[in-house]
Structure formats: C-alpha cells, structure tokens
Design a protein around this ligand. Sequence first.
Ligand code: SF4
Length: 228
Amino acid sequence: GDLGALQARISVCRACPRLVRWREEVARTGRRAAFADQPYWGRPGPSFGDPQAEALLVGLAPAANGTNRTGRMFTGDSSGDFLWAALYRTGFAARPTSFAAGDGQALTGLRIVAAVRCAPPANRPTPAERATCAPWLQRELELAAPRLRTVLCLGSIGWDGALAAARAVGWGVPRPKPRFGHAAEATLGLPDGRSVRLVGSYHVSPHNTYTKRLTPDMLDEVLLSLRG
Ligand code: SF4
C-alpha cells in the first residue's frame, strides 16, 4: 500500500551527504566490538508499527549502533530497551523487548516514526538535515491522518519536528508555538475539522533515564494518555 511504498522510497534516500557518509561508515568500519560480526542496516530507518494506528510516536533520529544496525526504530540500544518495556507494559507492544525482524514484535494502535531517518554523528542532526528529512514525516502524517487521534513526541526535536510537519501539510497549529515539556499538550486542527492531540515526553535517552529525569512511571503515564 501507500505506507509500504513510502518506506521503500525512504529506505533508499541519500539526500543528506553527511548522514549518508556517517550511516555507511559506521556500518562498514565503526561498529562496536560487540556487534562486529553482525550485518548493519546502514540505511534510513523505516517507520514501524500498526498501519492502522490512531497514535504516532515521533522520535528524534536513529542511533548509529541501534536502528542503523538493526533496521528497526528504537531497536538495539538502551533508549530502545527503555521504550519497548514501556510499550509492552501499556499494551501497545506484543513483547517487552525488540531485537530484529522475525522476533515477533508488533505494535497495536501505535506507529513509530522519526523526525530524522538517518543516524547523525553525536546524535545531532543539523537544522538543514532536519529540514531535508521533514517531507518524509509530513507524508507519514498525511497517511496516518484518516485515523489519527494523538501524536506523542519524544524530546523537543520530535516536538518541533511534528509541529513543523503539521504546519507544512496544512494542519492548524497554535500560535505562539506550544512549549515542549513532559506531558505538555497541544491541539492540532485537521483540514476535515477533526483535532489531533499532540503530547510531549522527555526523550528515552540514557541521559534522561539514568538520571531519573524520565522514569518508567512517567513514560507509562503519557503512553496511557494516548488512549484517553
Ligand atoms: Fe534522506 Fe532523511 Fe536520511 Fe536525509 S536523514 S538522507 S532526508 S532519509
């Protein structure tokens, strides 16, 4: 369908020279010793989850040895481990862990997308790279729109990316721009008159989870609120 065709187009995108170099260099030579014998995906990360989802989760960008290795969003690093455990506790994920294709993992009612699809050096995409990748997120929003009720954004880059993408596809976005925060909310207006709830969450990065700025309970709470 349209969603599969979109992922196929994304997976061969080479629009950001710096990110293409980095994702392929890590895949070739920059591997962690623990993964040295594994094949690396080394390409843009396709979105993952329920094609009929009423909720989208917008992440920042793949990790060099995570999604860039496994080819699945939030899979293969500690950020992902924290997220998948929460997705399982809250009933969105079929399993508490995510490894690779064929592991039985699946999402119901939720689809994971990202503001940037290729692993950036130091986990930091440039503003130009964020802008270059934005049309892929815009297309995800448009394809999800008929069933969409909520969008959960991890971190301020996910929040800003979702707001910019919503505005670019003609959805009503509040002005001034709603401020990001954990459990922050904003209402987006769809062209057909329905509204979509935008919800913020601190990112599941080790920086936030090890310091307990984001706890499992805090993440569970925002995930459960997606169904509210
Ligand atoms: Fe293409 Fe996005 Fe990857 Fe840039 S970050 S190369 S736009 S998929």
